[in-house]
Design a binder for this molecule. Structure first.
Ligand code: TRP
Length: 456
């Protein structure tokens, strides 16, 4: 069968804009609001932010394009797509392993992603019950520590999040997803702007901006550069097959380039906006910018507790954050589900529950890593940190490396050109240059500097 006739077994988006929305929904999530500010804080701010922006443009956009057009041409789960496209270009079927490892990384990311989304859900309830009033930094710290030291509570939120994710995926993403993102994304941006308005009046806005945008390269280590690279993958949902899978549902005549640029721009916008809110609050309350994963849970309640209608805004904000996390969680589960359906001929519902159950079990490790297992460490990392490090810093960049190499070197050039279906020859040539040389080189350099082969 010629590839241009291939159909997805799971339906299609109703238009290309729905695809852009869905992919933006996958991209914008906890990575932007929770993870980006805290890792920027840990790595000293502006220099890290700058490197991250360079990675998003030079590596993120070309890889987004590659994943979208590979998915759209293959129209199967990432493993089968890689296998079929490799065979069509006369290459080894073992390229499927790139897809398999991607699916597995998505599965592992989801296991801790749901636990953190659970924190946001807990905070949504706390906010609604009026707990965010007249808080001191001390109160906020205790509130957060009480939550993470209670495994039963964490498990309960984790269970709810994974259950909802599974139920949505079981139904098929198309119908539910489109409507929710169309409402949520603008609402989230509006609330972030409201918060920004508040922060502009704290008097510490300039300190925040300086921390974020005035680079001090001495604060940046090679481990920090690796984190920036890993996060560029994480935040754009790359290398797990999420975007490839969504591309498989893309109508044929849509601009891959425009879609990739829109997704990357929207994602970056939300990450920067969140950081411009968080850091002025940090400095206004003499908090430390490098306190790690609890950062937004220590800062935002303080901001809300000091502003008019704080209870309302806080509730809305955390509810939206949960929604943003859910639209990402769905994209993390979808490749595993499509794989089970296509490989083992399971029904979609059964596949969703099998995968969801697996994620739930692995997630218990993350739940315990904040309390009972806090001291159980491998290479100096607890279970949650290990999962995060292994996926974001190792598996995602490696997956991205192989996807770029496949699309730009191993896939037949005319097949790639046809699959990208770019607006002009120049766009294709630019994409191929980035994917052939820049992307692999940048990823290899970062790896080399981390293992100490290269001293930068
Ligand atoms: N990008 C999402 C976020 O920033 C998380 C996410 C969704 C993801 N799908 C992914 C991360 C695939 C890595 C790979 O929150």
């Amino acid at each position: 069968m010629s590839n241009s006739n291939r159909q997805s077994l799971h339906g299609e988006w109703s238009s290309r804009w729905v695809f852009v929305l869905a992919a933006t929904g996958a991209a914008v999530g906890l990575g932007n609001v929770w993870k980006f500010p805290y890792i920027a804080g840990v790595n000293g701010g502006a220099a890290f932010v700058l490197i991250y922006l360079v990675f998003v443009m030079l590596i993120g956009v070309p890889l987004l394009m590659a994943e979208i057009f590979l998915g759209r041409t293959g129209r199967r789960n990432p493993a089968l797509t890689m296998r079929e496209l490799a065979l069509e270009s006369g290459r080894s079927k073992h390229w499927k392993w790139v897809g398999v490892i991607g699916i597995l990384s998505g599965f592992l990311i989801l296991s801790y992603y749901c636990v953190i989304a659970g924190w946001a859900l807990d905070y949504a309830f706390k906010a609604a019950s009026g707990s965010f009033q007249k808080l001191s930094p001390e109160h906020v710290r205790n509130m957060f520590n009480e939550l993470i030291s209670n495994p039963v509570e964490l498990l309960q939120w984790h269970t709810i999040i994974i259950l909802v994710t599974t139920m949505i995926v079981a139904r098929g993403v198309q119908a539910g997803l489109e409507r929710s993102i169309r409402l949520m994304f603008p609402a989230m941006v509006i609330l972030l702007l409201v918060l920004l308005g508040y922060v502009l009046n704290t008097g510490f806005f300039d300190e925040g901006l300086e921390f974020l945008f005035k680079p001090d390269f001495s604060a940046l280590t090679s481990a920090g550069v690796l984190m920036a690279l890993g996060h560029a993958f994480f935040t754009l949902s790359l290398a797990t097959g999420s975007i490839m899978m969504y591309g498989a549902y893309l109508p044929r005549h849509a601009s891959v380039t425009v879609a990739a640029v829109c997704i990357a721009a929207a994602d970056t916008f939300v990450a920067l906006l969140s950081s411009m809110i968080i850091f002025p609050i940090v400095f206004a309350n003499q908090l430390e910018p490098d306190q790690g994963p609890g950062l937004i849970f220590h800062t935002l309640p303080l901001a809300f507790s000091n502003m008019p209608h704080g209870t309302l805004f806080a509730t809305l904000f955390f509810v939206l954050l949960v929604f943003a996390a859910l639209t990402s969680a769905i994209s993390l589960l979808e490749p595993s589900v499509a794989y089970l359906v296509e490989k083992y001929h399971m029904s979609r519902t059964k596949a969703a529950y099998v995968a969801g159950m697996g994620v739930w079990v692995v997630g218990i490790g993350t739940v315990l890593s904040f309390n009972h297992w806090a001291d159980l460490k491998l290479f100096g990392h607890n279970f949650f940190e290990l999962m995060d490090y292994l996926t974001a810093n190792i598996l995602l960049p490696l997956g991205g490396l192989f996807i770029a190499i496949f699309a730009a070197w191993f896939m037949k050039s005319d097949a790639a050109e046809k699959a990208l279906d770019a607006e002009s020859d120049r766009v294709f040539k630019w994409w191929r240059f980035c994917s052939r040389y820049l992307v692999p080189l940048a990823i290899l350099l970062v790896f080399a500097s981390v293992v100490g082969i290269l001293k930068i």
